[in-house]
Design a binder for this molecule. Structure first.
Ligand SMILES: NC(=O)C1=CN([C@@H]2O[C@H](COP(=O)(O)OP(=O)(O)OC[C@H]3O[C@@H](n4cnc5c(N)ncnc54)[C@H](O)[C@@H]3O)[C@@H](O)[C@H]2O)C=CC1
Ligand SMILES: O=C(O)[C@@H]1CCC=N1
Length: 275
């Protein structure tokens, strides 16, 4: 049976997307054809999913079948893009009724480059993030030339069950990625550090981590629901001569605000360099 969805590269982010698509019933496992980079990854991926979908490694003779799918998610690292392009089968592409859709989630790689590497495809860029695993993700989308309204709807139907979707001009995608795709790692680091602080101040580890997560979640909900500016919330919490203002004073002295600003700028710069 010809598969409807090809996935090239089944690392961490592709697995998040695929897992969520299966859970949302958006694709059935038997409709999916996956290609991985190494032979021993086949077993790892199948074990992880526990659902029977076709996965082969890039050197398998059947790997070429992935080019026979009308929709593909390209999820290798930017450095692996040329290797993928070398295996692209013109023979299959010529047999497809319409130009197939290639959805690239690669950081930084521009539509212009994708279109020149894969001229027989209609290309789209999607910038997802890991909270998609719990349907709380964000995805930035930029459309390549020739994308039809039907293809736009199809791409949205892939990402909407797992994330809020934002259509953006392509030149904003690096900043979007630096904030939302890399963001979970910054917040995880902050979460771990805050829990360490609570342990140092006397709480048991598991309780400290759980309370930290609730505090982050509650704060995000409060800011969003009440449409508060972060500065307003800070002022609501910091009592005169109280605990919070002494902690905030220390954070400012250590340059935490500036470090976070620079972190996002650096991630956006790195994304641009990956192009
Ligand atoms: N991890 C994240 O949170 C996000 C990642 N991205 C982008 O998603 C892409 C994948 O990232 P990760 O999943 O984190 O990386 P990863 O390293 O976990 O996954 C890449 C996978 O591609 C496989 N691969 C290598 N060469 C291949 C080939 N020729 N054919 C098929 N498969 C091949 C590798 O074996 C590996 O499993 C990157 O381009 C990254 O910029 C975008 C947004 C968020
Ligand atoms: O760290 C990375 O390069 C990828 C892209 C954004 C999140 N993870």
């Amino acid at each position: 049976m010809a598969c409807s969805l090809g996935v090239i590269g089944l690392g961490r982010m592709a697995q998040v997307i695929l897992q969520s698509l299966f859970e949302a019933g958006q694709f059935n496992p038997e409709e999916v054809f996956g290609v991985v980079g190494k032979k021993n990854s086949v077993e790892r991926v199948l074990h992880q999913f526990k659902s029977p979908f076709t996965v082969v490694d890039v050197n398998d003779k059947n790997a070429i079948d992935v080019w026979n799918t009308p929709v593909k998610i390209l999820a290798v690292k930017p450095q692996q893009l040329n290797q993928v392009q070398e295996k692209c089968s013109k023979e299959f592409l010529a047999k497809l009724p319409a130009k197939p859709l290639l959805i690239s989630i690669l950081a930084g790689v521009k539509l212009k480059r994708l279109q020149s590497l894969f001229p027989d495809h209609v290309c789209v860029r999607a910038v997802p993030n890991t909270p998609a695993l719990v349907s709380a993700g964000l995805t930035g989308l930029s459309w390549g030339e020739e994308v039809t309204e039907d293809q736009k709807s199809l791409v949205e139907s892939i990402f909407k069950p797992i994330s809020q979707v934002f259509e953006l001009p392509e030149d904003q995608l690096d900043a979007f990625l630096a904030l939302t795709s890399s963001g979970p790692a910054y917040l995880a680091l902050i979460s771990e550090a805050l829990a360490d602080g609570a342990v140092a101040a006397g709480l048991p580890r598991a309780l400290a981590q759980s309370l930290t997560n609730f505090t982050l979640e509650g704060t995000a909900i409060l800011l969003k629901k009440k449409e508060l500016h972060p500065g307003q919330l800070k002022d609501m919490v910091a009592s005169p001569a109280g605990t919070t203002i002494s902690a905030l004073r220390h954070l400012e002295k250590e340059g935490v605000r500036s470090a976070l600003i620079e972190a996002v700028i650096l991630a956006a710069k790195k994304s641009r360099e990956m192009a």
